[in-house]
Design a protein around this ligand. Structure first.
Ligand code: AMP
Length: 187
């Protein structure tokens, strides 16, 4: 099964993607994880990406698309996958469609974890208080939410038009959300 997971930062998307990939025995591919690894290793990509990541801004499409293209062409995705954190812009979604077309890969579903801004802000604040994080972190988190609504949310419509969008309510316990995702995938 070939899936894309969508949802605002703080929606629990990453955690659910890991659990669902494990359950379905498919690859979990997180561009955030790949970028953090690149930063840690001090690669050229990591150095370029770090500046944007620190501010909660998106890393330029060109860098990200190149990174994903390597995965698509290497055959790593042949047993099924969840893309977590990609695509995040319309140009990324369009490039992905083209890459998949060229490599005979079809997306089965785009799963959207829907969580309201109000709930996200509540979670960000709760986390900041719990962890005693700097205000700075809360500011970056809010910026990430803003970036999501402006730059990433348009791809929800992109996949709706492709008739592969499925929406799951993300304002529930981890287990209930997980079960709802599995159900919507017919698994
Ligand atoms: P994540 O762990 O998915 O929240 O990603 C952490 C950060 O990595 C984001 O705030 C972005 O700066 C960057 N990033 C991850 N995936 C992408 C992407 N598809 N396009 C642009 N930037 C990305």
């Amino acid at each position: 099964m070939n899936l894309v997971f969508l949802g605002p930062p703080g929606s629990g998307k990453g955690t659910q993607a890991i659990r669902v990939a494990e359950k379905l025995n498919i690859v979990h591919l997180s561009t955030g994880d790949m970028l953090r690894e690149a930063v840690k290793n001090g690669t050229e990509l990591g150095k370029k990406a770090e500046v944007f990541m620190k501010m909660g801004e998106l890393v330029p499409d060109k860098l990200i698309i190149g990174m994903i293209e390597d995965k698509v062409t290497s055959g790593d995705l042949s047993k099924g996958f969840i893309l977590d954190g990609f695509p995040r812009t319309i140009p990324q979604a369009e490039s992905l469609k083209q890459m998949f077309g060229n490599n005979n890969i079809a997306l089965d579903k785009a799963v959207l974890l829907a969580v309201s801004d109000e709930e996200i802000i509540k979670r960000i604040k709760g986390r900041a208080e719990q962890e005693g994080r700097a205000d700075d972190t809360e500011g970056v988190a809010r910026n990430r939410l803003d970036v999501y609504r402006k730059q990433t949310e348009p791809i929800v419509d992109f996949y709706r038009k492709e008739s592969i969008l499925t929406e799951v309510r993300g304002e529930d316990t981890m287990d209930n959300v997980f079960n709802a995702i599995i159900e919507t995938l017919g698994k």
